[in-house]
Design a protein around this ligand. Structure first.
Ligand code: IVH
Length: 703
């Protein structure tokens, strides 16, 4: 029976039966059926990225399962999706032995290293078979936390960190919080696999933002963040870190591929028939750029011999298998000098020391400033004014001070003193441990930061209001809080604004448009834009998607139980949300926002994606039967971003009759053009459900 059919049967059974009504005879079978069904939907969602049911439907099934387990705890099976996350705090991690020694990859750094490896491989293999030819595959190399997963008869039984290769730590309990790892395999087999636990860059950035807000030192890179997270003793906290795991090696089974077992693989692979072709790929800047653009960080490539017989024949050294080798991308480090230190006030009032640097180039960017995070960090790294420092930056990621070059000190270095007054409002600062805060509710810099956050890309995405505009608006008391932004489309105020530099006709109409458009955006954007500490893009999205159509819930999200039910929300976040909504000033701002017509309905616009997650950008010039807005909405709901007119980053344009200037523009910009409904439907099959009307243009006969 298909999964969809099975799900329908289960849904109708649930509709007809209260948990307490299920007979003892039926209970066990139904329970197993329900668990299997949810496991399969998890697979569809996390591995195939092709959910067959809505989140709401999934939650209904999941809630029902929880109810059964509450009443009949004796029935719970280890592969039940409820067992993925155990609210449990372990006191230590047990040591555990690996099934076979976990080897490490040998590193190469240049073309010559790779050529030598290839020569040695040919020497060994041609001794066995003189005609042998090696085919290589090239995959991205992760360098985070290597882990062995043991599945016994379908089920994930144990996860062990690499440790010394022989013995590692048993992190099974935390592994179960990693959502893309199935609790159950496709086949009932025993298998040991190896993979890497990672933290996506976007999650790492959000986590660091939170840490900065809390005055904690951010993680230098995703690797430290992932390693620090999986070893946390509180599994609930681990779940909040949104780790992922990709599998790249089967240790004990070669009859099926990793994908066939339903395990997650990072699907980026190239193939090469000669070492020259391998080298060309390793040195290709385009390959590096493509990897830098991913949400996962890579530190190189792994070159693997593809043929299984050759892999067995070639064997291994004491520590490294010969069937695979790593090519490490050149490290991106640079040295420079701290020229001065500024203090920056964040939207929560936290004061962050920032170093101004002697400008340097590092992995394609000119760097002049780097965050010193807090006084713990300054002390730990022993950073002084005028020190020479080593900076690191990998991929598209924020630079970080690795260390001070102490042997280049001249004696002129000066200790960095903590601030006594807020650099913006000059009020005395509040000192808690090693952190400093401005507590003045009307500090102009805090207000500016709050507004900049509100209008930023991940929040309300209001075009036209950049840093300098915010400065003018706040310094002249035109805008005092986020809700005041909506005064900007008032005609009288616009007249007044024109006396300031920057506020020409074009700017005013850009702001007008941005402000108006922002009223019709997904609620998650507003939630993120409120600037509640810990409520970033992801949590905002989770809260919004858990809400029904009752905006009032949001005004009263002091309901701890409701918040707790949202996967991934921790105690601290709940506290912050409650504090925010209990504050009278905040409520007044929300009321102001509601009064100007900001969308507060969680059902509206919620499917629209952000640019970093989008499948593509499109534009339309439409004269077909279906309204342009409807077509745009369908594309947006299916993960595409709409551009009013084609621009450089537009990927494709749909063109109806009388396309005119937009078509010319698209041609100039090398944008893909879809002109015929048949070709559009073929490329975007989701449009088939849009309507039964045949939207073909009426072709008029010329005769
Ligand atoms: S397959 C060592 N494929 O690189 C036998 N390993 O030593 C496994 N690594 O933590 C070879 N990405 O676990 C393979 N795509 C990939 C890999 C990979 C990263 C790891 C390995 C180790 C590190 C360096």
């Amino acid at each position: 029976m298909s999964l969809s059919q099975e799900t329908k049967n289960i849904q109708s059974y649930i509709r007809d039966h209260k948990v307490s009504d299920i007979s003892a005879k039926e209970l066990s079978d139904f329970y197993i059926q329900l668990v299997d069904c949810l496991v399969d939907h998890n697979h569809q969602y996390y591995i195939e990225a092709n959910p067959l049911i809505s989140d709401k439907e999934y939650d209904e099934l999941f809630d029902y399962l929880k109810k059964i387990e509450e009443i009949h705890p004796e029935i719970i099976t280890s592969n039940s999706p409820t067992q993925g996350l155990v609210w449990q705090i372990s006191t230590w991690f047990q040591q555990a032995k690996h099934s076979t020694k976990l080897m490490s990859l040998e590193n190469t750094y240049n073309a010559q290293d790779l050529e030598q490896r290839d020569e040695r491989a040919y020497k060994i293999l041609t001794k066995i078979n003189p005609e042998d030819k090696i085919h290589y595959s090239i995959e991205p190399k992760f360098d985070w936390l290597s882990v062995e997963l043991l599945y016994k008869e379908w089920t994930l039984k144990q996860a062990i960190t690499r440790g010394d290769g022989w013995v590692g730590e048993d992190i099974t309990i935390n592994m179960k919080t990693i959502k893309n790892i199935p609790q159950k395999l496709k086949y009932p087999i025993d298998v040991a696999v190896r993979g890497e636990i990672l933290m996506p860059k976007s999650v790492w950035k959000d986590l660091n933002k939170e840490r900065e807000e809390d005055g904690e030192t951010p993680f230098a890179n995703t690797r430290n963040a992932a390693a620090g997270s999986i070893k946390l003793l509180d599994s609930w906290e681990v779940a909040r870190r949104w780790l992922v795991c990709y599998i790249y090696d089967i240790l004990s089974w070669d009859k099926k591929t990793i994908e066939e077992l339903w395990l997650p693989v990072f699907k980026r692979k190239k193939e090469a028939d000669s070492i020259d072709a391998v080298i060309a790929i390793c040195l290709d800047e385009k390959v590096k750029k493509e990897l830098d653009a991913q949400d996962i960080e890579f530190d190189g490539l792994v070159i693997k011999i593809q043929n299984q017989q050759q892999r067995n024949d070639i064997g291994s050294t004491e520590h490294h298998p010969r069937r695979a080798v790593a090519y490490k991308f050149p490290a991106q480090l640079a040295a420079t000098q701290v020229l001065s230190v500024d203090f920056q006030v964040g939207r929560t009032g936290i004061i962050t020391p920032v170093a101004n640097l002697e400008p340097i180039q590092l992995s394609g960017a000119k760097l002049q400033r780097v965050s010193l995070h807090n006084f713990d960090f300054i002390k730990e790294k022993d950073i002084h004014l005028h020190d020479r420092i080593r900076l690191q930056r990998s991929g598209e990621v924020i630079p970080y001070i690795v260390s001070v070059i102490t042997n280049r000190r001249t004696g002129q270095e000066i200790q960095i003193d903590s601030p006594k007054h807020c650099p913006s409002c000059k009020e005395p600062v509040n000192n808690i441990d090693m952190h400093y805060y401005c507590t003045n509710a009307h500090c102009p810099e805090k207000t500016k930061q709050k507004i900049q956050h509100f209008v930023s890309k991940n929040c309300m995405d209001i075009q036209g209001i950049g840093e300098s505009i915010v400065d003018i608006l706040v310094d002249n008391n035109i805008v005092e809080n986020i809700a005041d932004i909506y005064k900007l489309n008032d005609n009288t105020l616009q007249m007044q604004l024109r006396r300031f530099p920057w506020f020409g006709d074009k700017k005013v109409s850009e702001i007008n448009k941005g402000v108006e458009e922002s009223k019709h955006k997904a609620l998650r954007r507003l939630l993120n834009g409120l600037g509640i500490p810990h409520v970033g893009k992801k949590i905002a999205q989770d809260i919004a998607s858990q809400m029904n159509d009752e905006w009032w819930i949001m005004k009263n999200v002091t309901n701890t139980e409701w918040l707790k039910s949202i996967y991934g929300i921790g105690e601290k976040t709940i506290e912050n949300v409650r504090t925010y909504f209990e504050d009278k000033d905040n409520m007044a701002i929300l009321e102001q926002l509601e009064a100007v017509g900001i969308n507060m309905d969680p059902q509206k616009y919620n499917n629209y994606v952000d640019s970093d997650e989008a499948k593509g950008n499109f534009s339309i010039t439409w004269t077909f039967d279906i309204p342009r807005e409807k077509i745009a909405e369908y594309f947006q709901k299916n993960g595409y971003i709409f551009h009013e007119s084609p621009i450089k980053t537009t990927d494709f344009i749909l063109i109806g009759e009388k396309a005119g200037s937009k078509k010319n523009k698209a041609q100039e910009l090398w944008i893909t053009i879809y002109e015929w409904w048949e070709s559009i439907i073929k490329e975007f099959p989701f449009l088939k459900t849009i309507t039964t009307i045949d939207p073909k243009p009426q072709v008029q006969s010329l005769f």
